[in-house]
Design a protein around this ligand. Structure first.
Ligand code: 5GP
Ligand code: ZN
Length: 119
């Protein structure tokens, strides 16, 4: 069923507590934790607890949950004090775009200058 935990999914294991993570925020429906291989001084991942393979499929199936992920991204930026001068929210979608974990997640990157485009 859509949204159900997947046995072979790393982020479902983090949600279940079977894989440890440094959690910075958690609600009933989402969890935010530090990326294990940070690409910026502040690099936090925000995920829905429900399993969807990418952001678009999450938004199509559960738009309110997708909105909650975005809202939490803003809360993380406030917590990390990256709102000013700015931060980036990234959803890598598809292996060609760098997606390696197929459980929807937002990268919240901040704490350094972020050039655009990233290259
Ligand atoms: P993607 O490449 O799919 O957009 O992002 C997956 C992210 O998950 C990567 O930035 C990677 O560093 C991070 N990651 C992979 N394995 C783990 C883990 O076990 N714990 C944490 N906290 N992050 C992980
Ligand atoms: Zn999952």
């Amino acid at each position: 069923m859509a949204g159900e935990p997947q046995a072979d999914c790393l982020f479902c294991k983090i949600v279940a507590g079977d894989v440890p993570a440094t959690v910075v925020r958690e609600t009933d429906s989402v969890v935010a934790f530090r990326d294990i291989n940070p690409q910026a001084p502040s690099h936090v991942l925000v995920i829905p607890k429900a399993h969807y393979p990418d952001a678009a499929s999450l938004a199509a199936a559960e738009p309110a949950l997708a909105a909650e992920v975005l809202r939490e991204a803003g809360e993380v930026a406030a917590l990390e004090r990256t709102v000013d001068p700015g931060y980036r929210i990234v959803f890598n979608t598809g292996s060609g775009a760098g997606q390696t974990v197929f459980h929807a997640h937002a990268h919240i990157l901040g704490g350094r200058g972020l050039a655009w485009p990233p290259g």
